[in-house]
Design a protein around this ligand. Structure first.
Ligand code: FE2
Length: 189
């Protein structure tokens, strides 16, 4: 594994062990993620191969003690997620390429299962060296799209090893749980 990735994992672990507010912890991990992608991260070849459909998700590290997870995602040209939320903080750092992140505000109170009303709040472009933050409850719903004319590679640091997320159909005001899987899983500790 790239030694800078190991350093990032250790900084995340330290931030999770420190007595910090969640906001301060997320800020530290965001700074660490930006530092990590200041130049392209070295990854196993399988993490660099774009799939023919969707985008590739590769688990690089899962911390059993602290719960956080670090992933590499590989995005073919034009690939995008639906609008979705995680229910926990997440940081998306761009290693190569470029992503556009669309942020949404959820207007309904979430009590009607399967129904959701989202309003687009804005779109931001993230380049290599940048990292986006999602942070519930107010900054959680988002969509990520590869905005590069080619493959994009992103490194994601999540508070938890997510097995599912909630996806939204913005136009039809519907939501459902989507189960997530990894294409490959590397290190656990
Ligand atoms: Fe996300």
């Amino acid at each position: 594994m790239d030694s800078r990735l190991v350093d990032h994992i250790e900084r995340v672990r330290a931030a999770c062990e420190e007595r910090l507010s969640v906001a301060a912890r997320v800020e530290k991990i965001h700074a660490s993620a930006c530092d990590l992608v200041a130049s392209p991260v070295e990854l196993p070849d399988v993490c660099r191969q774009p799939p023919s459909e969707g985008y590739g998700r590769h688990l690089l590290f899962r911390c059993r003690e602290r719960g956080f997870a670090v992933l590499a995602l590989v995005w073919p040209e034009g690939a995008a997620t639906p609008a979705h939320d995680h229910g926990a903080w997440g940081i998306v750092a761009v290693s190569e390429g470029r992503v556009e992140v669309t942020e949404y505000l959820r207007e309904d109170d979430g009590t009607c299962e399967g129904y959701a009303r989202l309003i687009e709040r804005g779109r931001r472009m993230f380049e290599p060296g940048d990292a986006a933050i999602s942070y519930p409850p107010h900054d959680d719903v988002h969509r990520i799209a590869n905005a590069a004319p080619g493959v994009t590679i992103t490194i994601h640091t999540y508070a938890v090893d997510m097995k599912s997320c909630r996806i939204f159909d913005v136009d039809d005001h519907r939501s459902e749980i989507k189960h997530l899987r990894y294409d490959t899983e590397f290190v656990s500790a």
